[in-house]
Design a binder for this molecule. Structure first.
Ligand SMILES: Cc1cc2nc3c(=O)[nH]c(=O)nc-3n(C[C@H](O)[C@H](O)[C@H](O)COP(=O)(O)OP(=O)(O)OC[C@H]3O[C@@H](n4cnc5c(N)ncnc54)[C@H](O)[C@@H]3O)c2cc1C
Length: 291
């Protein structure tokens, strides 16, 4: 189906974009790579009179190292995140995730900001960003605010972003020496049926774990219970508890049947992927074959 008519706007800076959002209200939306938005508009699921193209706002396309963080503009594409030297060296698990998103056509056009703001549940970035302690920055007519990545998505296609706010930055903590993250996903369609981010951190000589699950629910899920059970368990002893803890946690997940698989199948995937992600992050993957 063809796109219905709309007016195209090309603000050169953030202030101009905010002025347009204020002027056109709910008749307008912003777009970045268009990979989600234009499909939804062609399918007549969404309809707007005004499209505000963010791509000419250079500040939203920056990627730079800061003290302890990497500041990523929302327009930065998955392909750039997969191949950029700063990302590959300082947050290698995030580069690996980006390299596995969709296909090359989507990766070169689709942006991280668009992925997060659209909040389609079968997405890869949110779980790993949450596990890593990333934050997103939103700018509105009355100033900016920072939101933890784990709190940004509220449900299917719903985030805490207000209609007049724009995402202006994603801040990813540089992985500390001795810490490691791993992201494991599986699905038979284009997007993941389930994706699990696992982290192993050394704090005061003790092991801490981070575990978030994406795609299985309408928002990324923080597996505090698994983290608590594993806290202090060194990688060499993790096999003693890992299977039991992950199976119990997975059995309670709020999965549902859909095109990506049945609820029980997704819970099974979650348990297996949790083990694989945690073991890889802890550097113990070789000790525990067959997940
Ligand atoms: C075939 C296909 C396969 C895919 N497979 C995967 C996959 O395996 N894993 C995965 O994670 N994702 C997958 N995706 C999703 C893909 O990652 C997203 O389509 C892409 O990242 C969206 O970015 P965009 O720049 O195209 O967003 P757009 O389509 O331009 O925008 C999406 C939404 O975000 C809003 N928006 C964009 N930027 C901002 C901003 N700065 N501030 C506020 N709102 C903003 C827009 O208004 C719109 O509502 C797939 C998509 C397709 C089409």
């Amino acid at each position: 189906m063809l796109l219905s008519k709309f007016q195209y706007h090309r603000p050169a800076n953030l202030a101009a974009a905010h002025e347009m959002i204020a002027a056109y209200g709910s008749d307008a939306t912003v777009y970045a790579g268009g990979t989600e938005l234009l499909l939804a508009m062609k399918a007549r699921v969404l309809r707007y009179e005004h499209l505000i193209d963010l791509k000419h706002i250079a500040a939203l396309n920056e990627l730079r190292r800061e003290d302890g963080w990497i500041a990523v503009g929302p327009l930065v594409t998955h392909h750039r995140l997969a191949t950029d030297d700063i990302i590959r060296r300082l947050v290698p698990s995030y580069a690996a995730l980006s390299d596995n998103i969709a296909n090359i056509r989507v990766r070169v056009a689709g942006t991280l900001g668009g992925n997060l703001c659209f909040a389609e549940p079968h997405a890869d970035p949110p779980a790993l960003l949450a596990a890593m302690g990333a934050t997103v920055t939103l700018s509105g007519p009355n100033g900016g605010r920072s939101v933890p990545a784990g709190d940004f998505i509220e449900g299917e296609f719903t985030t805490v972003r207000a209609d007049d706010e724009l995402m202006t930055e994603i801040r990813i903590p540089i992985t500390k020496p001795g810490d490691r993250y791993s992201y494991k996903s599986f699905g038979h369609l284009e997007r993941p049926a389930v994706g699990v981010a696992g982290g192993h951190l050394r704090r005061d000589g003790k092991s801490e774990y981070r575990i978030w699950i994406g795609a299985i629910s309408d928002r990324p899920l923080h597996m505090n219970m698994v983290e608590d059970e594993l806290a202090g368990v060194p990688p060499g002893e993790i096999m003693d508890v890992l299977r039991q803890v992950t199976e119990k946690a997975a059995s309670e997940l709020p999965a549902h049947d859909d095109l990506h698989g049945g609820a029980d199948y997704k819970r099974h995937l979650a348990a297996v992927l949790m083990r694989r992600a945690i073991l890889e992050a802890a550097g113990a993957a070789g000790d525990f074959p067959n997940g």
